[in-house]
Design a protein around this ligand. Structure first.
Ligand SMILES: Cc1cc2nc3c(=O)[nH]c(=O)nc-3n(C[C@H](O)[C@H](O)[C@H](O)COP(=O)(O)OP(=O)(O)OC[C@H]3O[C@@H](n4cnc5c(N)ncnc54)[C@H](O)[C@@H]3O)c2cc1C
Length: 585
């Protein structure tokens, strides 16, 4: 069974729903680009992903990575595919032209990234971590460091890796032990061990640029005493040529449930030389540039895998004959209502998530490139609110979608042959890394709602209200509008209650954080469906429009109502489980 990139949907989103050419055309960096170019880039990416990455996905899972004498070997085919990926310029698609990037909008890059995740998640992670490291260096390093390190990263000759986690420090980075000592020449000596480092070692690139969190002597305890360092695997000479090995070594790789083609490494830093990025003790702030983009990227992993799951399970449901329909005829399983429920659930979540991805891509492009400060600030605020939602909601619904895809195939889904069980295993990790989804929910509830001073939720309600105002009056639009109003009222009630809580009550309210995030996620997806319905009038392909309407109706009747249930459950600080003695749990 094959994967076909959802180009028609992507083009619908960029041209009809969000009209990105209009918005991006106001930004100097993008004023020369148009829809035609955007579509051509998506088409090229689709060809590469369908013909190069998808065929090596299964082998990547079965063969996995291996580790011998400190060296990691990626699965057969990955090296050649990586060469083609970088030669095609895909690593630098949205990179700064000053450093050799192609300067395309992030909005387009997020869609190409979806295709890479959809066809080969393990492969995608090598590139995605490099993009994140590129962004952090671009935003926080000095000019000479940028000039030395960014061009080979955008070319794909050097990769990036993110070194946060230690054996005893995962969600709680404030307790890391890796040490940095200042050297006479202004550099730093790094000592410590990091675990679970994606692409910490691999055989795809000439060098690996590790962004490592470490503590300086006398640094304050906790998150406020962490600094960020750029630590190359092989030291880099002033002219950009490679020097000697820099005390960075891979101790072992993990054997794990999924993403087996992605090397997950234990990394040892033995007096490795590093360069400070950003200010001393402000490492988490600098790292958040990387982490926020990585969080959205990992969210897109959920969407990409869910799209593949939908496509594979639909193809199977059309072919597989079991049981009889209402007229007593022997039929394909796609006729059965329960199988339709599973297929439409996948599509309704995936397409809404893709729409939100495009909306967020536009916010990133505005935040980093718009000339108007107010627009930049508003986009930054929206990204602060939407990032934890996208990371957790895309990946929770993505994982559930892959599970539903597997279920559509019955017993055949459980065996390897059809590829659905790999999708489930590959999707699971996205709920865990880049900050677990529980931590994302906490970030939303505590920082973006309880402690918020910028009226983030009010901005969101304003956008949804505007969408409701301009909605058409077909039956489904009317129903979605009315249902959304009910959900917004429920979410507002919870939000207002959250804002009244003191710190102890906020700690207890975190028992309802995941439900709160799912309530807001469902509300936002309802908004995305309304935006898509609004844009259908100009749609020439009647089948495409009918498919959208059916999924919108399904979302409105079957999935959106979950939001109010999540709101009810979000008031968990009154529930006994939050305060009961440990032995009762
Ligand atoms: C395959 C893989 C790749 C990875 N890649 C990288 C990488 O490239 N770089 C990197 O630095 N790290 C990486 N990680 C690490 C990953 O980010 C962490 O595993 C993750 O952040 C969770 O940390 P932990 O595993 O220590 O779990 P813990 O922090 O021990 O959490 C365990 C459980 O407790 C919950 N919990 C923890 N604290 C709280 C709290 N305050 N309130 C409520 N609940 C809480 C969590 O949600 C979770 O359910 C990777 C991990 C894996 C498995």
């Amino acid at each position: 069974m094959a994967y076909q990139a959802p180009l028609e949907d992507m083009n619908f989103l960029i041209k009809d729903v969000f009209k990105i050419q209009q918005t991006l055309g106001q930004i100097t960096s993008f004023e020369d680009f148009d829809d035609e170019l955007y579509s051509a880039v998506l088409e090229e990416s689709a060809k590469f992903c369908e013909s190069v990455l998808f065929p090596i996905n299964r082998n990547g899972d079965e063969q996995g990575c291996s580790h011998e004498n400190g060296e990691v070997t990626t699965p057969d085919g990955f090296k050649q595919a990586y060469k083609e990926f970088t030669q095609g310029g895909w690593q630098g698609v949205s990179g700064d032209p000053e450093y050799g990037g192609q300067g395309l909008p992030k909005t387009i890059n997020l869609l190409t990234e979806e295709m890479v995740y959809a066809t080969n998640t393990s492969f995608c992670l090598y590139s995605s971590l490099t993009s994140g490291a590129y962004q952090a260096i671009h935003a926080h390093a000095k000019d000479d460091v940028k000039a030395l390190y960014l061009p080979p990263m955008l070319e794909g000759r050097w990769a990036g890796a993110m070194g946060l986690t230690e054996p005893h420090a995962g969600s709680d980075l404030g307790i890391i032990k890796t040490k940095a000592e200042p050297l006479a020449d202004g550099k730093y000596k790094i000592n410590g061990t990091k675990i679970f480092i994606t692409g910490g070692e691999q055989d795809l690139t000439e060098n690996i640029i590790h962004l490592v969190l470490a503590k300086l002597p006398g640094a304050p305890a906790g998150p406020k005493g962490i600094s960020l360092f750029l630590v190359p695997k092989i030291s880099v000479n002033a002219d950009g040529s490679l020097g000697t090995s820099n005390g960075v070594s891979c101790g072992s790789i993990e054997h794990k449930m999924g993403i087996k083609g992605s090397a997950t490494c234990v990394m040892n830093f033995d007096s490795a030389e590093g360069i400070l990025i950003g200010k001393e003790n402000r490492g988490l702030f600098a790292m958040f540039t990387m982490m926020n983009l990585e969080r959205l990227s990992i969210g897109i992993q959920g969407i990409g895998l869910a799209e593949t799951s939908y496509q594979l399970s639909k193809a199977y449901a059309l072919e597989r004959k079991q049981g009889r329909n209402g007229n007593g005829e022997f039929t394909s399983i796609i006729q059965h209502a329960d199988v339709r429920r599973m297929l439409l659930t996948q599509r309704a979540y995936t397409e809404a998530g893709r729409a939100l991805t495009v909306f967020m891509g536009l916010q990133i492009d505005q935040q980093y490139h718009h000339s108007d400060e107010q627009t930049r600030d508003q986009s930054e605020d929206l990204m602060a609110l939407l990032t934890p939602i996208a990371k957790a909601f895309f990946t929770d619904t993505g994982y559930d979608s892959c599970n539903l895809g597997l279920q559509v195939l019955g017993g055949h889904g459980f065996i390897r042959e059809w590829g659905l069980e790999q999708l489930v295993r590959d999707a699971k990790i996205a709920q865990i890394y880049e900050g677990t989804n529980g931590i994302q929910a906490q970030d939303l509830l505590v920082r973006k709602v309880c402690l918020d001073k910028n009226g983030l939720m009010e901005t969101l309600y304003g956008l949804i209200d505007a969408s409701i105002e301009k909605a058409g009056d077909t039956e489904i639009e009317l129903e979605l509008r009315e249902s959304l109003k009910v959900v917004i009222a429920d979410v507002k009630t919870i939000t207002e209650w959250l804002k009244t809580l003191d710190s102890e009550a906020i700690y207890h309210a975190q028992g309802g954080a995941v439900d709160f995030l799912h309530a807001v996620g469902h509300m936002i997806y309802g908004w995305m469906w309304l935006e898509m319905l609004n844009a259908l009038d100009s749609q020439e392909n009647a089948l495409f429009a009918d498919k959208k309407r059916l999924a919108a109706e399904f979302y409105t009747k079957q999935l959106l109502p979950k939001a109010s249930e999540h709101c009810r459950r979000a008031r968990s600080s009154y529930a006994s489980f939050v305060t009961a003695d440990e032995e009762l749990i």
